[in-house]
Each structure stands twice: as C-alpha cells, then as structure tokens.
Ligand binder design. Structure first.
Ligand SMILES: [Mg+2]
Length: 166
C-alpha cells in the first residue's frame, strides 16, 4: 500500500508525549520506548520527522535551544544516526498557522488555534500541504488525539496514534 516509504512523515507532539513539558524537558521513558518500538517497523525505516507541538510558538531562542536538545537526544534514544527532522515539517505554531492560511485561506490567530481546531481537524484542513511536498502518509504521535483514527483523502493518508494507547 505504501510502496514509497520515502513519503512517510512522522509528526511528534512534544509535551506529555516525548517530554514532560518545555519547562521540564525530561523524556518520558515509557513513551520513548513505545515510540522506538513503533518506529522499528520496516515501513518507517526512511520516514522523515517533523514536529507539531503547541509549545513551540515562534522559534524564540529558548524554544530553539530546548528543541535542539530534545531532537538530538531523542534520535540518540531511538538509535537514529543521521538527523531525520526535516525543516519543512519541523514547525512552530506561527508556521502552522501560516500554512493554514496559504493552503486554504483560513486566517486564525496563533493563540486561538488550539481552541478552534484539534490536531485531527487541523491536519485534515492542511492535507494539500503534505501532498504538495510529496508526503503520502502522515502519522501524528500525540497524547491528545483519537487513537488509530485514520483520515484518508486521494493524495494523503493521515493517521493518529495516542501515546497512552500505543
Ligand atoms: Mg501534548
């Protein structure tokens, strides 16, 4: 089904999925083990990584520094030896909001975003963005999504994994 494994994107939520919080950026080790197990399947061997965390507003210096530390340590924990985070999909809230505007002409303030869309709705709205970048399959790992929900459209399949249920 997914014969082009290059075209898979794993999006990570951060707080309460990978780390406790941005203020206390410690790994949640049981979750890291679940993620490692999940990504060990061959279909994810060449998947690209991105970030969809509402804790990253605009890549302030602090946000960038904390994220750099997380991404390096996470890939070490996952035994990944080259950087798989793709700048095209490793985005702040400001950037996700801008993609929403460019993709479907919907203008939302960054602060309002979490109140207007849950991540399931949001990713569906911007599905053309992924298709434009040759992504055929998106998997979001998050602590607040409907586990195993799959949204299918002609060009992209968007899947959700709730870390609590993995
Ligand atoms: Mg979270």
């Amino acid at each position: 089904m997914y014969n082009k494994i290059m075209d898979t994107l794993i999006l990570f939520d951060l707080e309460e999925t990978v780390i406790e919080s941005f203020e206390q950026p410690f790994f949640i080790m049981p979750n890291i083990r679940k993620i490692k197990n999940f990504l060990s399947h061959d279909e994810f061997r060449d998947a690209r990584f991105g970030v969809m965390s509402w804790a990253i507003w605009n890549w302030s210096r602090t946000e960038s520094e904390v994220f750099d530390g997380i991404s390096i340590a996470l890939q070490e924990e996952l035994d990944i030896h080259s950087n798989r985070f793709d700048g095209m999909f490793t985005l702040s809230m400001d950037q996700w909001v801008s993609i929403l505007w460019k993709t479907c002409g919907v203008k939302v303030d960054r602060d309002e975003l979490p109140h207007i869309f849950n991540k399931e709705d949001f990713l569906f709205k911007i599905r053309k963005f992924f298709a434009e970048h040759k992504i055929a399959r998106v998997v979001l790992i998050d602590d607040a999504v409907e586990h195993n929900l799959t949204i299918t459209s002609p060009s992209v399949t968007i899947e959700f994994r709730n870390i609590e249920d993995m």
